[in-house]
Design a protein around this ligand. Sequence first.
Ligand code: ZN
Length: 83
Amino acid sequence: MSRKKAPPERLAPNAIREGDEVVIDNPICSVCGLGSKSRVSVMKYYLLIGGAKIDDVLFPLKTSYQKQLMITGIHGHCERESN
Ligand SMILES: [Zn+2]
């Protein structure tokens, strides 16, 4: 028996659920003006919107670079250029 994969579902203006994961639009980078996306599990997404700290929820799965992207939107290479 095969289960049909659920179609993508918009959960919030900046979040789309795809199966067991949620694709989140990160803040726009204040250095280059481009956006980025992060992918987390559905459970972690609900923890995040419930007010959990990104550090606690994503550790140790995401690098500090990925966490910074989700919090500030600033790309690693942009931060280096602005310093
Ligand atoms: Zn940037």
